[in-house]
Design a protein around this ligand. Structure first.
Ligand code: F3S
Length: 404
């Protein structure tokens, strides 16, 4: 790899051991992908998980004197202060949560603790080179915003934030952004939930392709949240970091442009029946529930508004906890706009800074949950809580009845 003098100095330790460690990681990454050089990034998002490995890496860089050159936004850890009062967490789990928050503060990250920075707070523009981790965020910044990022890990995204550079390979290069697989979809999904199921279905077939999704009947523009769900679920069942929606996403104004003049290597046809079957396969059967969990990825303010309209004058069953994961600023907007009162009066709670995959939720394991997100289902199931998958309105019905 060709390095500039400044990059060579970062690598030889002139700028301190923390910067050196970060540079070593990026150079190794670049070499393994045959990158010819490093390029500057103007933004980063670090998918810290509040798990020991990520926190260890950040600590290592901080101990070596590193500080972020590019201020990265951060994924959720968890609301250590609030949730540790409500649920059983061990001393070690609480201590790790506190340590994670502290070390990311010390490295100079922006403690947004939200997994949808691309909707608000850290929004790249078209053509901008960035280093984003978080499997739901990366496809969105590439496909919907037309910015350029590889599927970074929390470690490589933090290394880029510290050094201000990333290796030039993958989706930073024009030709790698070309569609290689045509996905023809019979119908337009109705709401974010349906876009999520469609994404989950497509993700299973994509492999290393860049899918170009073409709707036979596209009667309105999808909302940002709908596109977010599409990408998030393609990245859950598959490893999609880049996609196009014909006539919608900026690098797919026509089929010719989306495929960069080439012929698709594969074609997938998606029918309504395929989606109905996928939905049935994903979901657990019904029964009594102990938890409704929404906000994976974090609910936007617009989704909180939708929730408040649907839940108004209703009441969550006494045996059910209803949690919605979102950002602290969406909660503040909901409070100012009157939605928070409506939501809380119904017995539903909003929580900032928190992921569904954190130790505080283990109190519900052994019971049945309901969610509108296949991604939530996938992660929680691995921890020992099966989930029924339902659209938002049905999640609220289930919360009221205590069963589904
Ligand atoms: Fe966000 Fe955690 Fe889901 S980071 S997308 S709430 S798995």
């Amino acid at each position: 790899m060709r390095l500039t003098d400044n990059e060579k100095q970062m690598l030889d330790g002139t700028h301190g051991e923390g910067v050196q460690k970060a540079m070593e990681l990026l150079v190794a990454l670049g070499k393994s992908f045959d990158a010819e050089k490093l390029i500057p990034v103007s933004r980063a998002h670090v998918a810290l998980s509040g798990q020991e490995g990520d926190t260890y890496w950040c600590q290592l860089l901080v101990d070596g004197g590193a500080h972020c050159k590019v201020i990265p936004s951060t994924n959720p850890a968890w609301d250590v202060e609030g949730l540790s009062k409500v649920y059983d967490v061990t001393k070690e789990e609480k201590e790790l949560g506190e340590r994670t928050i502290d070390v990311y503060r010390r490295i100079g990250a922006r403690l947004s603790f939200c997994c949808t920075p691309e909707l608000a707070g850290n929004v790249p523009s078209f053509g901008e080179h960035v280093a984003f981790s978080e499997s739901s965020a990366t496809p969105y910044v590439n496909a919907v915003l037309g910015a350029r990022s590889n599927r970074e890990s929390s470690c490589s995204a933090l290394a880029s934030a510290v050094t201000g550079v990333t290796p030039l390979y993958g989706y930073h290069i024009d030709e790698n952004r070309a569609g290689t697989m045509l996905v023809e979809v019979e119908h337009q999904p109705d709401e974010a939930y349906d876009w999520g199921i469609l994404g989950y279905y497509i993700g299973k077939f994509v492999g290393n392709h860049v899918p170009v999704i073409s709707f036979r009947d596209l009667h309105r523009r999808p909302s940002p949240e709908e596109l977010l769900y599409l990408g998030a679920e393609m990245a859950t069942s598959g490893c999609v970091g880049m996609y196009h929606v014909l006539g919608i996403t900026p690098e797919a104004v026509s089929r010719e442009v989306a495929f960069q003049g080439k012929t698709p290597q594969e074609i997938l046809l998606v029918t309504k029946k395929d989606i109905a079957r996928q939905e049935e396969e994903l979901s657990e059967k019904g029964g009594k529930i102990n938890l409704v969990m929404l906000g994976c990825p974090h609910y936007s303010y617009e989704q909180l508004r939708e929730l408040s309209l649907l839940i108004k004058n209703r009441r969550v069953h006494r045996d059910v906890a209803f949690w919605v994961l979102t950002s602290f600023d969406a909660i503040e907007l909901a409070r100012r706009s009157g939605d928070l009162e409506v939501i809380e009066n119904a017995g539903c709670r909003l929580v900032p800074d928190t992921c569904i995959d954190e130790p505080c939720w283990k109190s519900f394991e052994g019971g049945l949950g309901v969610t509108d997100s296949p991604k939530c289902m996938y992660y929680r199931d691995r921890r020992g809580q099966p989930f029924v998958l339902r659209r938002l309105s049905e999640c609220i019905d289930a919360a009221e009845k205590g069963e589904v």
